[in-house]
Write a protein that binds this ligand. Structure first.
Ligand code: SF4
Ligand code: SF4
Length: 103
């Protein structure tokens, strides 16, 4: 038996479901490059051997600035540019939301 999935409908349905309030911050497990200076506290910054800066991720793979209880960003006013640009309901957001729900 062959099963087909209507990707368009799946995306439309998920777009309405993918909200930060029911997502558990899926996007805060991604690698976040720090491109511009927004004042991210040093304790949340990882520096690679070439001097590149990313948000530090803890053993659970999630950003160290994420409050594990509330799933909220603890440095919201100083979050990196990439976090500011990552829009709820965007293609990337829905991808992460689906991946998280699949776990
Ligand atoms: S932006 Fe998208 S992936 Fe990130 S927390 Fe909100 S719903 Fe989840
Ligand atoms: S800085 Fe804030 S919004 Fe950005 S990944 Fe970390 S917890 Fe999430």
């Amino acid at each position: 038996m062959t099963m087909t999935i209507d990707i368009k409908n799946l995306t439309e349905i998920t777009a309405t479901e993918a909200t930060c309030s029911n997502c558990l911050a899926a996007c805060c497990s991604l690698e976040v490059l720090i491109i511009t200076d927004t004042g991210v506290p040093e304790r949340h910054i990882a520096v690679d051997q070439y001097g590149g800066e990313t948000m530090l991720r803890l053993e659970d793979g999630r950003c160290s600035a994420l409050d594990r209880d509330t799933q909220m960003c603890t440095i919201y006013e100083n979050r990196p540019w990439i976090c500011r640009e990552f829009e709820m309901g965007s293609y990337e957001c829905i991808n992460e939301f689906i991946a998280k729900k699949g776990n």
